[in-house]
Structures are given as structure tokens and as C-alpha cells.
Design a protein around this ligand. Structure first.
Ligand SMILES: Nc1ncnc2c1ncn2[C@@H]1O[C@H](COP(=O)(O)OP(=O)(O)OP(=O)(O)O)[C@@H](O)[C@H]1O
Ligand SMILES: [Zn+2]
Ligand SMILES: [Zn+2]
Length: 743
């Protein structure tokens, strides 16, 4: 007898089988109402299973379907199963990602409203009569005839209007109907969309579009290898995306666009909106700050095929688009595609999988492709298309590397923030009324408080990191857990009053600039300054309008920004990211330098980049300086091959956490021992070690790295050991397949 295996909504991840009532079209992916104890609950059908007839008891039947169609498409359900087995997580956790909370709740579906429509204008005689006998009805008629679309929501007509409306309807003057309302996520702070039209493509772009189109037009049964679009900064990748998307829609198919983070890529989103202005209601933008109701609306619009082009970050990879024709993954190298909570999937990799399941075309675009994707092109698994020239015919900016060890000497041991060279360059730009961007790499580095007498550093009480000084509110703050502390007047350890600030942050840079460039208008972009809603957008608009001369910022300004009047980019501390314990450190530094440098000289005017560094000869700096991706990739891949790191092996992390240091350590040691016993061939197991960030949020952390050519055997082995091991209650163990964060 077939039964429905149902994952019950709620935190406890219960799964039960239910009998399917005669004639009810229940398939995997459906949402159902089910009896649970003596209540009615809801759940998602994971599977249709065959139950033996001699169960000894009969299954309770499920009540009904919440919607006639399955909410999760069969292909997405298949992708979900893959994720569960590949990343070693429960299918339940994956279903929760596939079907967000907001989408499951029926309460969010109150989206129908009664609307009153003016059917015909009363002739003057009738109107006079109504005005005299029923002034309320007359008022409603007047309101309607003056409204934009000759319609008004019944609720907006005020209390007690329904009787009047009813009688107007009887006279055939108005019509009342149910209207589906869409809560427009953009409604507040709305921006005017200026429609734009396709640009004539240059030869390189044309070639790239042709490759994408021939993949689009392949017969359904043909495999479509992913296409890596490697285009230097400003080469016009976005224009290629836009035209490919349009052609896909013309074929009657739908398009999914993934971007690293919506709030950090406002320009990309705006360009899609502008290009598809003629079909605005078919564009869905999945922001992370959508309300539950908005998320519900957008999701159902997508599922019903009303929104045919979806733009979103990582989790949008699960957008239930029917007839998917094209997936675009912009800035495919970005870390933010990796989810750092269960299920710990990589959005780009899931996109590639989804494309293969759906039989659609996928394009991964970047100016600095990940070595994983690049290696796939070398092995012939992916196709590669290149845009080597800037779209506007400009050359790539000239990059100068400045040795800051020499600058520091000039400053008598003190930390130089701004070299003379960079200061002069800034002054020149201001004199010419051109704009500059100053970039501060803050990874693993921030402004901390240190005692010069005894070396004491103010640390977070809960995490093994120094507290960061925030000038605006005169406080020390932990950037990991948010812990705050007052700034001590004397060293807490030796009582020396000379305790002072080490290093520098964006606030300090802004302060120094204000002194050095008194006439310049300076603005700062970082997580602190951008906490207010729309702050980033407003600031970028002001910069675009040239109301700001110098923009100072962190990682936030590295992404996809296009400002033609920017002719100078300064990178203040280029190599700081090199000193973190992560085999991708060099790759990240190369990417960051190339991306930031790429913000310069994107218009008529030539661009210059000044890179301040203490390690001028590091390969990441040198290859970035020469715009040499291939050179960088060749040398970096050699290193990865030699040490068996990705892309030549899968790399996973097993982490234990506890408030009890010893228990966290002991647990990981136990797991290490069991993993080493009868370990399948081809898996390299590292030693259990304290994490580089040994303590966060008051918890001690230990980690061990596992590597393997093949992913599945590794996941299976770890899952097997974890299932056999009883963990102490106060220890949490996390398995992260294809890990991207090693601190
Ligand atoms: N064929 C074209 N003719 C003229 N201008 C173009 C063409 N294609 C793109 N452009 C313009 O060139 C500029 C850079 O293009 P775009 O921002 O798409 O590059 P990109 O490759 O996405 O850059 P990045 O990776 O640096 O974000 C834009 O102003 C765009 O309008
Ligand atoms: Zn001291
Ligand atoms: Zn902390």
C-alpha cells in the first residue's frame, strides 16, 4: 500500500508515514494537513513509500492537501537529496532551506482583497438623484471616478461602506471583485527605474553570447557543460548576462540570477530592473530583508510562473522557477556563496547541480574565477569564454606597488597610513575634480588597544580576538560576538596611562584624510556606517552624482561597482589577508586586489591604482599588478596540487565546540581516533588542533581537517563515525564539507 512519508513542520524534525485517502493526488513535494496526536498539523511529503500490507496496524490517513500542486518541484527535491548526502546533513534540514518558513505558513496567504471597480459613470440625472438621496453612495462614486484606475480597495472606503457599495452594485454602477495583491518589496524607498536598451556588443561579448545561446538551443537531451565567463573588470559581463537572459525569456523559459549579496550589489540589481523595465512585474528580487509576507508572495509568484526572472543571493538557488532555461552566477568566486549553517551548501555548486538536473544552461562569471572552476575548464568539464578587453576600449588601470616598510621608516617607527605618493595622487585628483576610492583590507585585522609598556592587548572576554576601538561611541567592541567594553584610561594590567591605539580602521583613515585633505568631501562605507536602511544605496548615489571626492571602505566596496569618474584607487594594506592560516589566503588576496583595482579607470579617463604593502614581492601582489590571472592560477594550482588541497582534493573540517575546553578537545581526539581506525583508502586525516580562533562566544573550539579526492566516501566515513559516537551533551560537533572558513 503506498503511503506518504511526511516531515512534520516544527523544530523537532519528526517524520511519519500516513495513508493516502482514495483519489487524493499526493506526490513528493506536496504540502499536507495531517493528524498528529489529537491535533491537525502540517507537513511536507518527502516521499511516497510502499508499506507492507501486514503492518499489524493501519496507518492514519492524512487529511488533505494545502495546495493542489506540490510546492517543491521534483527536480528541486532531487537536488535536496543530493545536498543531504553530499554535505552529510539531514534531508529535513535541506527541506527547510528549500521551503522557507514564510512559505509554509498559511497565515501569510491573506493576500486577496475586495476591490470596488467603477463599472460605468451614472448619467447626470441618476447622479443627481443619488446625491440627493444617498450622499454616501455619491461620495464613493466621486472617489472612484477620481482614482487612478477607477478602483479602490473596499477596506479603504472606510467603515460601513459595504452597504452603499452593495446598492451601487445592484444598480450596475460598480463591480466588486477579489483582487490578488502583491506586497511590493521595493515599495518603501522606491527608486525610479529608467528603462534602458541593449548595447551593441563588441566582438568578444558577441562570441560569449553565441556560446551561451548555442548551449540554450541544444536539444533537451544533450548535456550542457557549465560555461565559465572569465571577463576582466569592466569587460561588460553584465551586458552579456542581460542579453542572454532576454533571449532565454524570449524562448518562453525562465532565468535565475545569483549574486553574492543583494545589498552589496545594488548596481547589478538595478541594471536588471532597468533592462527588464518592460516586464517589471515578472522580475522578483529576493532580498534577505523581505518580510515573511513578502517572501511568501514572491515565492508563490515564482512557483506559479508569474515571476520569470529571479535575482537573489545564495538561497535563491532554490527558487522554484518552472521551465528554467538559464542560471547566471555572478562573481562566482565569492565566499559568501557558501552557507555557514546547516545545510552548509555552496550556492554556486548547487546551482551547477541544479542546472544539470533541470537540463538548463549555466554561466559562472568572474574577473577572478575560483581555482575550482578554472581547474574544471582545464580538465574539460566546463567550457571557458574570455573577455580580455574592457568594454569601453579603455585599458586596465596602471598598478603601482609601494613598499610600506620604507614609508614606516620615514615615520620613525609609527604606522604610516597614507604614503606620500598616495597623498599626492589624491590631491591631484581633487584638483582635477576626479574621484578616488580608498580600500582598507580589514580581514583578520582591526584597530585594537595595546599597552606600549607591557604589551597588554584588550581582548574580548568571550572570544580569542582583540576588541576593536570604535571612536563614534567611545567603546571597544568584539567583531565576533558583539561584546562591548569601556575604553580603559590606564592599562588594566600594569596601570600605565599610555595605552594607545594600534593599527587603523576605516574611521581612523577617514580622520587622517580629513586632516590631510581639508577641502575634500570624504565618505566612509563599512558595516558600521551602513547599519541604517538604504544608507549604502544613498551613499553610492551621492558618489555617482559626484557629491563625494573620496570614498573609504572595506570589502563592501570591492564588488561590481561602476563609477566612470573614478581615476584613482588606493589599497592601504594590501597584504593583511595573507597572514591568515588558510590555504586560500593567496587566492583571496589576488582576487581582492584585482577586483578593487578594477574599480579605477572605467570611463573616458585613465585609471591608476596604488597598492601599499609590506610584502611587495608576494606572488598575489605581483600577479595582480600585472593583471595576470593565468600566471597566478598556474603557480597557485601547482602549490595546491603539491599539497593536495582543493581543487585537487575535497577539503572538509570537523570542529568541536564547548564551554569546557578539555571536553571539546577530548571529544575531537576521540573522533580522530575512530576516524583513523579502518579509514577507507584515499582519505587524509589531519591532527586535531585548537582552531586559530580558539574561543568564540565563550566556547572553545578545536578542529581537524580531512581531505579526499572523492567527496562521498569522506562524508560517509565521517557520518558513520559520528553516528557511532555518543557526544557529551555540552559539546557540539560540526562537519563542514568543502569548507571555506578555516578560522
Ligand atoms: N558593448 C558595449 N559597448 C559599450 N559599452 C559597454 C558595452 N558593454 C558594456 N559596456 C559598458 O561598460 C561598462 C562596464 O561593463 P560591466 O559593468 O558590465 O562590466 P563587468 O564585466 O560586469 O565588470 P566588473 O566585473 O568589473 O563588475 C558599463 O558601463 C557598461 O554599460
Ligand atoms: Zn600595560
Ligand atoms: Zn567576543
Amino acid at each position: 500500500m503506498p503511503a506518504a512519508r511526511v516531515l512534520i513542520d516544527g523544530p523537532s524534525e519528526l517524520v511519519f508515514d500516513y495513508a493516502i485517502p482514495e483519489g487524493l493526488p499526493v506526490v513528493a513535494g506536496c504540502r499536507v494537513r495531517i493528524p498528529l496526536r489529537n491535533k491537525t498539523s502540517q507537513g511536507t511529503v518527502l516521499d511516497i513509500v510502499e508499506t507492507p500490507g501486514d503492518l499489524g496496524f493501519s496507518l492514519r490517513p492524512l487529511h488533505s492537501l494545502t495546495e493542489p500542486e506540490p510546492l517543491i518541484t521534483p527536480k528541486l527535491l532531487e537536488a535536496g537529496r543530493w545536498i543531504a548526502s553530499y554535505y552529510g546533513c539531514s534531508i529535513e534540514s535541506v527541506i527547510r532551506a528549500l521551503l522557507p518558513e514564510a512559505v509554509r505558513t498559511e497565515d501569510n496567504s491573506a493576500k486577496i482583497r475586495k476591490t470596488v471597480l467603477l463599472e460605468k459613470d451614472p448619467d447626470p440625472e441618476l447622479l443627481a438623484k443619488i446625491t440627493k438621496r444617498a450622499p454616501k453612495q455619491a461620495a464613493i462614486l466621486a472617489l472612484l471616478s477620481h482614482s487612478a484606475e477607477r478602483k479602490i480597495a473596499l477596506a479603504d472606503l472606510g467603515e460601513g461602506a459595504s452597504a452603499s457599495v452593495k446598492s451601487l452594485a445592484k444598480q450596475g454602477l460598480v463591480l466588486v471583485h477579489d483582487e490578488e495583491v502583491r506586497r511590493d518589496p521595493e515599495a518603501d524607498g522606491i527608486e525610479e527605474i529608467v528603462a534602458d536598451s541593449p548595447l551593441p556588443l563588441n566582438d568578444e561579448q558577441h562570441g560569449a553570447l553565441e556560446v551561451i545561446l548555442s548551449s540554450l538551443h541544444l536539444p533537451d537531451s544533450e548535456p550542457r557543460p557549465p560555461i565559465l565567463l572569465h571577463g576582466v573588470t569592466g569587460s561588460g559581463k553584465t551586458e552579456v548576462y542581460l542579453q542572454a537572459a532576454r533571449r532565454t525569456l524570449d524562448l518562453g523559459k525562465t532565468v535565475l540570477v545569483l549574486v553574492p549579496e543583494i545589498s552589496l550589489t545594488p548596481q547589478t540589481v538595478r541594471r536588471f530592473r532597468a533592462r527588464f523595465a518592460d516586464m517589471q512585474d515578472q522580475v522578483a528580487v529576493l532580498h534577505s530583508n523581505l518580510s515573511q509576507g513578502e517572501r511568501f508572495d514572491e515565492w508563490h509568484r515564482i512557483r506559479k510562473g508569474k515571476a520569470r526572472i529571479v535575482i537573489g543571493a545564495r538561497s535563491a538557488v532554490f527558487a522554484p522557477l518552472p521551465d528554467l532555461g538559464l542560471i547566471l552566477v555572478d562573481e562566482e568566486h565569492e565566499n559568501s556563496y557558501k552557507q555557514d549553517q546547516v545545510p552548509r551548501y555552496h550556492g554556486r555548486d548547487v546551482a551547477v547541480l541544479r542546472a544539470s538536473l533541470e537540463g538548463c544552461t549555466i554561466v559562472l562569471g568572474s574577473a577572478t574565477p575560483s581555482l575550482e572552476s578554472f581547474q574544471n575548464t582545464l580538465e574539460g568539464k566546463y567550457q571557458i569564454v574570455r573577455l580580455l578587453k574592457r568594454a569601453d576600449g579603455q585599458s586596465l588601470p596602471l598598478i603601482r606597488v609601494l613598499d610600506m616598510r620604507l614609508e614606516s621608516k620615514k615615520h620613525k617607527g609609527g604606522m604610516a597610513i597614507l604614503s606620500d605618493r598616495l597623498r599626492v595622487a589624491l590631491e591631484q585628483r581633487i584638483a582635477k575634480n576626479e574621484q578616488s576610492i580608498l580600500f582598507l583590507n580589514r580581514r583578520g585585522f582591526a584597530r585594537s588597544l595595546q599597552c606600549p609598556a607591557c604589551g597588554y592587548v584588550c581582548m574580548c572576554a568571550h572570544c580569542s580576538v582583540p576588541l576593536t576601538y570604535h571612536k563614534e561611541d567611545e567603546r571597544l567592541m568584539c567583531h565576533i560576538c558583539g561584546h562591548q567594553a569601556v575604553v580603559p584610561r590606564k592599562c588594566p594590567d600594569c596601570r600605565d596611562p599610555a595605552i594607545h591605539l594600534q593599527g587603523f580602521g576605516t574611521q581612523k583613515v577617514e580622520e587622517v584624510l580629513a586632516k590631510v585633505l581639508p577641502s575634500a568631501k570624504i565618505a566612509r562605507i563599512d558595516a558600521d556606517a551602513m547599519r541604517k536602511k538604504n544608507a549604502l544605496r544613498d551613499l553610492l548615489n551621492a558618489f555617482q552624482a559626484r557629491k563625494i571626492d573620496v570614498l573609504v571602505g572595506t570589502q563592501m566596496i570591492a564588488k561590481g561597482l561602476h563609477f566612470p569618474n573614478v581615476t584613482l584607487v588606493g589599497i592601504l594594506n594590501a597584504d593583511i589577508g595573507l597572514h591568515v592560516p588558510d590555504f586560500r589566503a593567496g587566492e583571496r588576496t589576488f582576487q581582492l586586489l584585482t577586483q578593487v583595482a578594477g574599480r579605477a579607470g572605467r570611463g573616458e579617463l585613465e585609471g591608476e591604482v596604488i597598492v601599499q604593502t609590506f610584502t611587495p614581492h608576494s606572488p598575489s601582489v605581483q600577479f595582480a599588478r600585472h593583471h595576470d590571472f593565468d600566471g597566478f592560477a598556474e603557480q597557485e594550482l601547482e602549490f595546491r596540487r603539491q599539497f593536495e588541497y582543493p581543487p585537487f582534493a575535497h577539503c572538509a573540517m570537523l570542529t568541536s565546540r564547548s564551554t569546557h575546553e578539555r571536553r571539546a578537545e577530548f571529544t575531537l581526539q576521540t573522533l580522530h581516533r575512530r576516524l583513523t581506525e579502518d579509514c577507507p583508502p584515499g582519505i587524509i586525516i589531519g591532527d586535531p588542533l585548537p582552531s586559530p580562533l580558539v574561543k568564540t562566544h565563550g566556547q572553545f573550539r578545536f578542529q581537524l581537517m580531512l581531505r579526499s579526492m572523492k567527496a562521498r566516501p569522506l562524508t560517509r566515513h565521517v557520518q558513520g563515525v559520528l553516528q557511532k559516537t555518543t557526544l557529551p551533551e555540552d559539546v557540539t560537533v560540526v562537519f563542514d564539507m568543502d569548507a571555506w572558513n578555516f578560522t
